[in-house]
Design a protein around this ligand. Structure first.
Ligand code: NAI
Ligand code: MG
Length: 360
């Protein structure tokens, strides 16, 4: 198979972790006879330094010309003072919008080897943590009209939250289809007791649910969902929600699995071309030290193989190799514990590659 992959290394630990994901992809190419072309794309803080904008036109075009986008992380304190219109995160929002990536999928799953890393009580972890957060990604308050004005002598700011039926319908379909491939249960999270957007959300989700009689659909208010995720995460299979609720709940869901360095994500749209990235940021506090955990980045490359290229077996092999490396007692600094072997970022990449090569 021949594919073009846009690579955005971005800032902070971005270049370090992305290099490890590319090592793993090259190993997969070799083993399965694929040919991937890697197209480096400059975006984020580094693009502000070089071009004065976080997403130069050429960078966006390179993403649109590729079969898939693999992103590490962008941003850092160095760019905190820049004009909000060119901030590093703007590049991500623009790519999501331009590529029409309306669905963000984030697995919240605990590796059996790392159960002790969860901040939750053992009795809760034992019941199992394995669900998928499906977050709407290009609507809602993050994309609504923003205004800061002076009203009666003081500043007043507003951000509009809006959703159209079609925006809700397509993400609901993503959720039900995802549940079909999992355990057939959708919990839709909203704030329908207060918000009009949520009342519309609920109505449309229920309509879509009719098309999936084999999948169960339950509503949950967002404040309750925040509690239930820590009280009994085993009740969730697929959790679908709007953009801002999903941003917050998916971070909460990732934290209960232990380390932020382990979790991948996929952002998908109508076309096969999606964007794949670990959920963490650019971790400026550990950048340049070769100690970041590349596993979330490597698993993101795996999700890309599965969702963008239909290479399910290759994705499974990457996931199995990661599990094997953890079972063999290898850890990065963020998940290090007594009696285990600590690896640097590049050593972890090497160990995963070695395991992929030797696995039968
Ligand atoms: P962060 O996720 O970068 O870091 C939070 C903590 O987790 C830090 O202590 C960091 O060292 C640690 N950490 C993160 N990834 C790790 C990894 N792979 N291995 C080991 N430890 C890891 O979040 P923070 O500090 O709030 O943000 C830093 C910068 O990243 C900010 O400029 C922020 O805007 C940006 N950011 C970018 C995102 C993206 O590109 N998608 C997402 C979130 C934040
Ligand atoms: Mg976030």
């Amino acid at each position: 198979m021949e594919k073009r992959i846009a690579l955005i290394e971005g800032d902070g630990i971005g270049p370090e972790i992305l290099a490890e994901a590319v090592k793993v992809l090259r190993c997969i190419e070799e083993r399965y006879g694929h040919h991937f072309t890697y197209v480096p794309v400059c975006a984020g803080g580094c693009a502000i330094d070089r071009y004065g904008t976080s997403l130069p036109k050429e960078s966006l075009e390179a993403c649109l010309d590729s079969d898939s986008v693999l992103l590490a992380a962008v941003g850092g304190p160095k760019w905190d003072g820049v004009d909000p219109s060119i901030r590093p995160e703007k590049a991500l929002l623009a790519i999501r919008k331009e590529l029409g990536l309306y669905a963000n999928l984030r697995p919240a799953r605990i590796f059996s080897q790392l159960k002790h890393a969860s901040p939750l009580k053992e009795s809760i972890v034992e019941k199992g943590i394995d669900f998928m957060v499906v977050r709407e990604l290009i609507g809602g308050v993050y994309f609504g009209e923003k205004k800061t004005e002076t009203v009666e002598g003081e500043l007043r700011a507003s951000d509009q939250m809006a959703y159209s039926e079609h925006e809700i319908r397509r993400i609901a379909h993503t959720a039900f289809q995802t549940a079909r491939k999992r355990n057939g249960r959708v919990i839709s999270v909203d704030k329908a007791n207060v918000l009009d957007t949520s009342r519309l959300w609920r109505k449309v989700v229920h309509e879509v649910a009719q098309e999936y009689p084999d999948v169960s659909c339950t509503d949950m208010l967002v404040d309750n969902a925040a509690m239930q995720i820590v009280k009994d995460p085993s009740q969730f299979d697929v959790l679908v929600t709007e953009n801002m609720f999903g941003d917050i709940l998916s971070d909460e869901a990732s934290m209960i699995t232990g380390s932020i360095g382990l979790i991948p994500s996929a952002s998908l749209g109508e076309s096969r071309r999606g964007m794949y990235e670990p959920i963490h940021g650019s971790a400026p506090d550990i950048a340049g030290k070769n100690i970041a955990n590349p596993i979330g980045m490597i698993l993101s490359a795996g999700l890309m193989l599965k969702y963008a290229f239909d290479l399910d077996e290759e994705q499974k092999r990457i996931e199995d190799a990661v599990e094997q490396v953890l079972s063999d007692g290898y850890r990065c600094a963020d998940i290090m514990e007594e009696g285990k072997t600590q690896l640097s970022c590049s050593e972890m990449g090497d160990q995963i590659v070695k395991t992929i090569r030797t696995m039968s």
